[in-house]
Design a protein around this ligand. Structure first.
Ligand SMILES: Nc1nc2c(ncn2[C@@H]2O[C@H](COP(=O)(O)OP(=O)(O)OP(=O)(O)O)[C@@H](O)[C@H]2O)c(=O)[nH]1
Ligand SMILES: [Mg+2]
Length: 397
């Protein structure tokens, strides 16, 4: 995936301008078993400090690696570099958030320790902040951005799909990047941070209400030392994370979308159950009734688990009765709307009956949704946040 990096690697004499950084910067580096990379990061940051005469504080946020990382920082003997050993609330995103809290300068930069993110781009990130961006990503996917050549199809596709899924949340080309800069004040203003897994930049962009995200092209090189900590489990967490961010950003519209997806899954359950019973030789009337019954229950359980997960503490039996009641009212609305439209507006229209039925289904579903959202699964406290109930493994920050 490498392309000519005309602008990515401007260096020395090729530079069009020299950037003077006026403000001190805190660089936050989450680490887990990065003992071989730590000295390299410190030396490259030292070179930037010297070249640009910037005051940089370097904070390694280490999850108790116990691999000599602490000693490596001490041996480097740079008073501006320190390591914080974390023993609780472990994980990449919590480590980054703690580091951003700990940072003492007005501009914060976050980057990986494996030197995938070239520290030499820090001045460019800060310049982009200065020229009006609220948040700046070191990006692989803007023109001039590159990755090492050996990215296989699977890795590339994986990254592409992950980025595509984040598209409704931000138009940034590389929101998966762990290399970014922002003002400390914007971070301090973030509310309800609850990042899961690896995508801390995406969390911050959404939760800090960032409108303009700038991107500076970088060459993303593969790690030289140590092992990747990005597992399949982390990738699954990403889906969970996305769902939360969608809920945060789109509120009730997201509830409706989940309700519709659950409704569609109910159709599949219904057809599956009735086909199975038919195959087993059951009476058709019984197969039809069982299809409806099982799909109502599966819809109820899925909606309670996902669409209206904030109400999971409520009495399930009462909710089940309410859910069936709302579905029954929805059916009546469906029928009444279809009948009325057919005998008025759609009386002499070709396929009028079908159009009337579609309008009936839409109104019935909407009614069903509203009944569930605002009556059956209503929020107990008017000021309650839209945050879903904590799930096992969550890291509330
Ligand atoms: N504090 C802390 N840091 C972590 C944790 N997991 C990963 N990191 C650090 O986060 C950064 C990114 O992790 P990587 O393993 O490089 O993940 P990746 O860049 O997606 O994977 P690669 O492509 O293999 O580099 C590195 O600096 C890691 O040391 C963790 O649980 N806690
Ligand atoms: Mg990495």
């Amino acid at each position: 995936m490498s392309t000519p990096a005309a602008t990515a690697d401007l260096d020395g004499a090729d530079r069009l301008a020299r950037i003077e950084i006026l403000t001190p910067i805190s660089v936050v580096v989450p680490t887990y078993k990065e003992v071989l990379n730590i000295p390299l990061v410190i030396e490259r940051i030292a070179a930037i400090r010297d070249e640009h005469a910037i005051e940089i504080e370097l904070l390694f946020m280490d999850d108790d690696s116990n691999d000599g990382s602490v000693e490596a920082v001490e041996q480097a003997g740079r008073e501006w570099a320190r390591i914080v050993v974390r023993k609780q609330n472990r994980g990449l995103s919590p480590a980054v958030v703690d580091g951003l809290r700990e940072a003492s300068h007005p501009v914060v930069v976050c980057m990986d320790c494996d030197l995938s993110h070239p520290p030499e781009k820090i001045p460019d990130l800060v310049l982009a902040l200065e020229s009006g961006q609220q948040f700046v990503l070191g990006s692989r996917y803007v023109p001039g951005g590159t990755t090492d050549d050996d990215w296989g199809l699977f890795r590339w596709l994986n990254s592409y799909v992950a980025t595509l899924l984040a598209r409704p949340l931000t138009s940034a080309k590389d929101p998966m990047s762990g290399y970014f800069a922002m003002r400390k004040a914007d971070f301090d203003a973030a509310r309800h941070l609850n990042p899961i897994g690896y995508k801390i930049a995406l969390e911050l962009i959404v939760k800090c209400g960032i409108e303009n995200v700038g991107e500076v092209p970088i060459h993303f090189s593969d790690r030289l030392h140590g092992e990747s900590k990005l597992s399949l489990k982390e990738q699954l967490k990403y889906i969970q994370h996305l769902r939360r961010l969608y809920i945060h950003k789109f509120g009730t519209a997201m509830d409706l979308l989940q309700f519709l997806v659950v409704g569609a899954s109910g159709t599949i359950v219904n057809l599956g159950v009735l086909s199975l019973l038919q195959w087993l030789g059951s009476l058709e009337a019984l197969a039809l009734a069982a299809g409806v019954g099982v799909s109502v229950i599966s819809n109820f359980l899925l909606n309670r688990r996902f669409t209206f997960s904030y109400a999971r503490a409520g009495n399930p039996w009462k909710q089940l009765v309410g859910f069936i009641g709302a579905s029954a009212v929805g059916m009546v609305v469906n029928y009444a709307v279809a009948l009325t439209l057919r005998s008025t507006l759609l009386e002499d229209v070709p396929y009028g009956l079908q159009f009337a039925a579609i309008a009936g289904i839409a109104c019935g579903m909407l009614f069903n949704f509203l009944g569930n959202r605002f009556i059956v699964f209503k929020k107990r406290h008017p000021g309650a946040t839209k945050k879903p109930a904590p799930e096992p493994g969550d890291t509330a920050l």
